[in-house]
Design a protein around this ligand. Structure first.
Ligand code: FEO
Length: 575
């Protein structure tokens, strides 16, 4: 069944289908969702998936984003009389799934709301009226009859502190909300085309789950104790059915990789205050790009022993400013006191505003950390307007700067340690000199590159190796466009010097450089010998680099006789 609403230029539609015995998915298809959270970087829209399970009793698992109010509620009413819903299961309370919770609670006042304690408290604050409720914990069961028994699995931090999976023992469907999801909107209900979705699946993991890798591993351990999982009924994107084992194993592999890092940064945020959550994700993503593990923790619901333990073993503390007053303030003040008591001299500290309208001021807290001997490695991020792409970029780059500072000894050691024949032999690999320039929305970036090579004739294509901790890496995802500027022999020093500078987070790399705009929107360096307009087709992970394969759509040479600048190196363990 499909229903559509045209709203300005945005396309919203609904899709429902049976995915297992007595189990119907209600998918809200958001084809053109704008990028406003960092994990939407691939711009393939998204879906919000909600499920109806009909045993002798009926359960609705999650709902939808409020922009789907009319469409979702009409679709739901077409499937069931809401007064026949017995249970409303809330996997977590982020508004993209529970934005219509209040509407459903009004349409189905008899339904018992089922969720973790934190989720129920959140809803109590949201609706301000009593409702039937059932708090569940990991291991709790809910018998819907006809064999449909829901077993609940604690999955905190995937992606909010209150997240709870549920597993139907009859259908072997595991309902996971954000986990194992992806922002990918298509008519396909399922994951039959792995090639089409895997880049989005990985990007979503990197943004939302990598900063919680230890929590992912804990949730996977709990999942292992369940019966067989034939279907992962996620909250975003195609439902996993054809590639369940493969895609679940990827979470395990990536999370183990993250969790084995020997340096950890703690990122404290407030799950439902201002822009604390998406801004902290952007910072966390920037940190994880450097190979530093991140653990995110909610200032409001954190357990004080967990906070103490985390603070005592991390190299850096990143804190989103909590609200100065209101419901959450008391809990957050207690957590901040715990952090202050456990913090150690020489740890790095980074503070940023949440832009929630009532943020605690940064400076008094920063001064207390300074007095304790902590080091302010990146400047505090002060936000004066609704966060734009540029601000998210600044946060990500600040995170990367922090991660690079934390791993500086490792980087220096890597450069020094290898002085063998092998190293010198590798150094004889030579290449050209290039500058990649990119613009995506209001974000721009640039990077000096030398590991570039032609890779195909039809279409014309090339590969570029980009270190994982490069800022521009975020603008070189599948489908992104950029320009490869080819530098000229004898006429590149000024450009090389400019782009090798260390830029502060979010800085405009093009100030003082002559540019023109390419058809794909990225800057062309006027002084380059030639340029190629490229579009990313695929990416291959190669240890500490991504190999980015791109097709070349057009290009031009400015001087017919000039030669490309060549980069000769002495050793192979550094550029
Ligand atoms: Fe899809 Fe955490 O909400």
């Amino acid at each position: 069944m499909v229903a559509t609403a045209e709203k300005s230029e945005q396309r919203l539609s609904m899709q429902t289908d049976e995915i297992a015995a007595d189990t119907t998915v209600i998918r809200s298809l958001d084809w053109d969702r704008d990028r406003f959270d960092i994990e939407f970087g691939l711009q393939n829209g998204t879906t919000y998936n909600s499920y109806l399970i009909r045993g002798e009793k009926t359960a609705l698992v999650d709902a939808s984003h409020e922009k789907f109010r009319q469409l979702y509620l009409d679709t739901l009413r077409g499937l069931i009389d809401p007064t026949e819903i017995d249970y409303f299961v809330i996997s977590h309370t982020e508004p993209d799934h529970s934005g219509l919770a209040k509407d459903i609670m009004q349409l189905a006042p008899q339904a018992v709301v089922v969720g973790a304690k934190v989720a129920i408290q959140f809803l109590e604050n949201l609706v301000h009226q009593p409702f039937e409720q059932q708090i569940v914990k990991g291991g709790s069961e809910l018998d819907l009859g006809n064999g449909h028994v829901l077993q609940f699995v604690n999955a905190p931090n995937l992606h909010w502190p209150d997240t709870m999976f549920s597993y139907d023992v009859k259908t072997q469907v595991l309902f996971t909300c954000d986990a194992f999801g992806l922002h990918y909107c298509s008519d396909s209900l399922f994951d039959e085309d792995l090639g089409a979705i895997e880049a989005d699946y990985r990007f979503y993991y990197d943004c939302l789950m990598a900063p919680n890798a230890r929590s992912v591993l804990s949730a996977l351990k709990r999942m292992d104790k369940l019966g067989e999982v034939t279907t992962v009924a996620n909250g975003h994107g195609p439902i996993l059915y054809y590639n369940v084992d493969e895609l679940v194993e990827r979470y395990r592999r990536w999370s183990k990789e993250q969790a084995k890092a020997d340096t950890t940064a703690a990122v404290f945020y407030v799950s439902d205050y201002g822009y604390s959550d998406p801004l902290s994700q952007a910072i966390a993503r920037g940190i994880t790009k450097t190979g530093v593990a991140v653990e995110m923790i909610d200032l409001k619901s954190a357990d004080s022993q967990d906070v103490q333990e985390l603070v005592s073993r991390t190299a850096a503390l990143v804190i989103a400013m909590p609200p100065a007053s209101g419901n959450s303030a008391k809990a957050t003040v207690t957590t901040i006191s715990t952090i202050l008591a456990a913090a150690k001299a020489k740890q790095a500290i980074a503070l940023f505003e949440s832009y929630g309208g009532d943020d605690e001021p940064i400076d008094p807290l920063l001064n207390r950390f300074r007095d304790l001997g902590l080091k302010e490695v990146v400047p505090a991020i002060r936000i004066r307007e609704t966060p734009s792409e540029g601000i998210y970029q600044e946060c990500e780059e600040a995170g990367t700067d922090l991660g690079q500072w934390l791993t500086r000894d490792r980087s220096i050691k890597q450069r020094k340690s290898l002085d063998s024949d092998l190293d010198k032999a590798m150094g004889r690999l030579s290449s050209g000199l290039y500058i990649i320039t990119a613009q995506k929305g209001d974000m721009t970036s640039a990077m000096l590159a030398s590991w570039v090579t032609q890779a195909s004739f039809q279409p014309l294509g090339l590969t570029i190796a980009v270190a994982k901790d490069r800022a521009i890496e975020s603008l070189m995802q599948v489908g992104d466009r950029f320009v490869l500027n080819i530098l000229e022999e004898g006429n590149y020093q000024h450009l090389m010097k400019h782009f090798l500078k260390r830029f502060p987070p979010g800085a405009d790399r093009f100030v003082g450089v002559k540019t023109q705009t390419a058809e794909n929107g990225s800057p062309i360096l006027t002084d380059a010998l030639a340029y190629l307009e490229c579009e990313v087709v695929s990416r291959m992970e190669c240890s500490d680099h991504w190999i980015v394969y791109s097709k070349v759509n057009q290009g031009r040479v400015s001087k017919a006789e000039a030669l490309t600048a060549v980069h000769h190196r002495k050793v192979g363990n550094y550029y």
